[in-house]
Design a protein around this ligand. Structure first.
Ligand code: WT7
Length: 656
């Protein structure tokens, strides 16, 4: 799939009438383009007034802030709500439990259909407090980094919030990562505590994640304690005194724990993500700014109302899960679905059964899942009552217009708003998206910026801003917003060099973009060595170093190739050391082992040599053209050291 499809001449899809009809839908927070524009202009011209007011209305502060923000992109010293003090767990749980303890906070839809469970705000508060007391008893205190490696269970949410309650910083590692990846993240954060489970269950399969943790911890001298939640009750090894059982520990402590009041700028969490170089970066988000943007985008971008049931199908191990399964919905006192299974288990109807059963109003997933379900046909969808749905969203990668239209017609039955939300781990919350009751959509465009997001399109060669409405270049942002990442853990220089240095005075997103004549934004994809497979972000360098780790591999070049299902797929060219042999499956296994199954290359070509410049730099551009069957567009080959290699590589690819 190429991004050529993004013709900006697309038809406008107006807001469905049903959403503006007070007899059929709740009264929208923002109901017209004029109202959006007015507020947007105000948010850009007067960010202090705009965010100050929203911050006072949205969050509960123990000490009010006096300064809305300070610092900026020039020095990388961004801070929001400086003097303010608060607790994130109090904002996500206590205040709602105090108001209505019986309101459902979490609907846990377990892997096996029929095993769903509802957790009220009152129960959530007790669970969070008990577990916070457990953590405290084992020495967790404010500022400590706690690694969470857990399946999609309510206890994972409890673990997040128990950390937040103590002012500890969670670092959640997606439970699909390998032992080596987990180890790297624990080591980088010098984490002393790990929260995990015996096994995870997904799509009917169980994985012994405790074994993975044991393996990871072989070289993590900092870890003092591992808390194990019992998910499946299967036998696991217990290493005393390091390992303790969740269910035994919580028996010991009372279900109240006073929240640790932290400063607005104290860190709430770290989340490791891939960059252009091999080493994942620990993106750091702070308490007040992150929570405020999570709550504010949840309210406006999803037009959330009391009584809604929100389903974000992402994993809690990615930023989408952090912001739109946990912090956004809970900060607003909403009901959030926690879905442990897959779209295909036990049948391709699973999502729609869940929507009908829980009368879900908002459904949020990635284009890959949409494309996958589309292949299975609409008969799996048409037989379910989806009339509760009002807003359906897409996130993580560009959505092709055909899939957008299918989603709108088959899932949304032309009466829901479809919102394509663009954002990043670093932005903390959505930054470009239609407001569902105010902004008309164009399939394939994320449309217009959220409040406070001051976008600029820059010329990638001159760095100058393109001021015309119609523009093509790289996407950058002029002013900080509350949930922008503040640093990369222990590597502020890398933060500065990656985001703030490339275009002085701007935050650089790493994406290229087109702005059409209506001012709509069309994200074209990354301009760096980051690839996006099924909405999962990976760096080519990270996969290359996993391959080179294999004893037989001499060199590796990884490229992202357009893919009809997964957006991009990973393909690799590898050369072997003299007198060494291996097969492709062994190399794929190597990547699964080093990074995780989701990073497995779709194809690996073992070749005699890689195209290089005379100074020895691998020319990935040529490899990409060969794979995409565009050898007539190889471009300038004058620097290529061995021109004969091209034909050899073309033959190899064609015959594999
Ligand atoms: C990269 C960020 C957003 C949370 C999940 C991914 C791509 C994300 C869209 C979209 C086109 C998108 C960008 C971005 N991306 N959403 N709606 N349309 N591209 O977060 O792992 O930090 O990845 O995902 O390339 O830079 P992430």
């Amino acid at each position: 799939m190429s991004t050529e499809y993004l013709s900006t001449e697309a038809k406008l899809y107006p807001v469905p009438k049903r959403l503006l009809d007070p007899s059929l839908s709740p009264t929208p927070h923002i109901n017209s383009i004029e109202q959006y524009k007015k507020l947007y202009d105000e948010s850009i011209k007067n960010p202090i007034g705009f965010w100050g007011k929203i911050a006072r209305e949205t969050l509960t502060w123990v000490t009010p802030f006096q300064t809305v923000f300070s610092g900026g992109f020039e020095h990388g010293n961004i801070a929001w709500f400086l003097e303010g003090r608060l607790n994130a767990a109090y904002n996500c749980v206590d205040r709602h439990a105090i108001k209505n303890s019986d309101k459902v906070a979490i609907i846990y839809e377990a892997d096996e259909p029929g095993q769903d469970r509802k957790i009220t705000y009152g129960e959530l508060l007790r669970d969070v407090c008990r577990f916070a007391n457990v953590l405290k008893a084992h020495g967790v205190k404010k500022g400590d980094i706690v690694t969470i490696y857990m399946p999609m269970t309510p206890e994972a949410v409890v673990a997040f919030l128990a950390c937040a309650r103590l002012g500890a910083v969670h670092s959640v590692v997606f439970a699909g990562f390998s032992a080596e990846s987990l180890r790297g993240r624990i080591q980088d954060a010098s984490s002393k505590f790990v929260i995990t489970a015996d096994e995870s269950r997904r799509g009917g399969k169980t994985i012994n994640i405790k074994n993975i943790v044991d393996d990871a911890l072989k070289e993590c001298s900092t870890v003092e304690r591992v808390f194990i939640f019992r998910r499946t009750s299967s036998e696991v090894s217990i290493i005393t005194p390091r390992d303790v059982w969740w269910h035994e520990e919580i028996e010991k402590y009372r279900p109240y724990c006073s929240p640790e009041i932290v400063n607005a700028e104290d860190p709430l969490f770290l989340l490791y993500t891939s960059g252009s170089t091999g080493k994942p970066k620990g993106i750091l988000h702070t308490t007040a700014g992150y929570l405020l943007s999570a709550a504010t985008t949840f309210k406006y971008v999803f037009d959330y109302h009391e009584g809604d049931t929100f389903a974000c199908m992402a994993d809690i191990g990615w930023v989408t899960g952090h912001t739109y399964i946990i912090y956004g919905p809970l900060a607003c006192g909403g009901t959030t679905i926690l879905f442990e299974s897959t779209p295909l288990y036990p049948t391709p109807s699973r999502y729609w059964e869940v929507v009908a059963k829980h009368k879900i109003t908002h459904f949020y997933t990635a284009p890959t899942a949409i494309r996958l379900l589309r292949r299975f046909g609409r008969e799996h969808i048409d037989c379910h009552d989806l009339s509760s749905l009002r807003i359906i969203g897409s996130v993580g990668e560009p959505i092709d217009p055909d899939s957008w239209k299918w989603y709108n017609e088959v899932v949304g039955r032309n009466v829901c708003s479809v919102i394509d939300t663009y954002w990043q781990t670093e932005t903390g919350s959505t930054i470009i998206s239609p407001l569902p009751c105010a902004i008309s959509s164009k399939p394939g465009s994320a449309t217009l910026p959220f409040f406070g997001i001051d976008l600029a399109v820059l010329d990638s060669t001159t760095g100058g801003e393109i001021k015309t409405t119609e523009a093509e270049g790289v996407l950058a942002i002029r002013q900080p917003w509350p949930s922008i990442a503040r640093t990369i853990y222990n590597d502020h220089n890398r933060y500065f060099n990656t985001y703030l240095k490339p275009y002085k005075g701007y935050y650089f997103t790493g994406d290229s973009v087109t702005r059409d004549r209506d001012g709509y934004y069309w994200i074209r994809g990354r301009v760096d060595d980051v690839i996006n497979v099924s909405g999962h972000r990976l760096s080519t360098a990270e996969i290359e170093s996993a391959l080179i780790f294999h004893p037989s591999v001499a060199e590796a070049a990884v490229i992202g190739v357009p893919d009809d299902l997964t957006g991009q797929s990973i393909q690799a060219f590898v050369t072997l050391k003299p007198n060494c042999s291996t097969d492709v499956n062994d190399l794929i296994l190597q990547v699964r082992k080093v990074i995780g199954p989701f990073a497995a290359p779709k194809k690996i070509y073992i070749v005699s040599d890689l195209p290089k410049t005379r100074s020895g730099k691998i020319m990935r551009r040529i490899l990409r053209k060969i794979i995409c069957d565009e050898i007539d567009q190889l471009g300038d080959l004058s620097t290529l050291s061995d021109p004969n290699l091209i034909n050899i590589l073309v033959d190899k690819v064609n015959n594999s």
